[in-house]
Ligand binder design. Sequence first.
Ligand code: ZN
Length: 246
Amino acid sequence: MRYLILSDLHGNLEALTAVLESAVGEYDRTLCLGDLVGYGADPNAVTDWVRSNAAVVVRGNHDRACAGLEDLEWFNPVARVAAEWTYTQLTPENRSYIAELPKGPIAVDGFQVMHGSLLDEDEYMVQPADAGQAFPYLETSLAFFGHTHLQGGFEWAHSRVRVIGRPAPGQKETFLELDPENAYLINPGSVGQPRDGDPRTAYIFYDPSDKFLLYRRVPYDITTAQQKIHNAELPDILAHRLALGR
Ligand code: ZN
């Protein structure tokens, strides 16, 4: 069973389309680590696709916000404007689908999936120390998380945390060998709003029968995604940052 693992789609249909075109025929099931919506201009089209195609989906903080489950006071002003706009755009069916998404972590086929961290779905695991606190709570030697929009993750080996890199700019993909002695917290990166300095959309393939996983980056039609954000009168910064990957 080969999994396509996606996170932080954020209503970016152009990025999702590029992912699917580049991955066609290479996977059996899709997993989604949350933040289907918020920021991007196509919340319904992205949600429709996830509803019909993802085998397992956990919710993200933007999903809660855009479904009306969250007090938006603590959101930054740009995220709040986008969440309010998304709430009004979502069809009733999509809004209730998002509102009912389960909280991670969820066990799948010998590994776990979550949005933020194991104990707190809203926690950002950015630094090795963040991952170091999470590793003892892993129920399996492998888990996938999102939320930071940074492709890569962490390896736990001999009581130390090692940072895992991502494909270099211009490089399409990298393999990560999985040592059965070690544990892994893996971030597929963000489909719809990468923030690791590489504007290309990001995802992962993983097959539990293999001893490795595959990180991939793919260019997409950023200009169209930006134009839709402008047309929706969402904050300019949401369009601008797509080109920067930040
Ligand atoms: Zn996100």
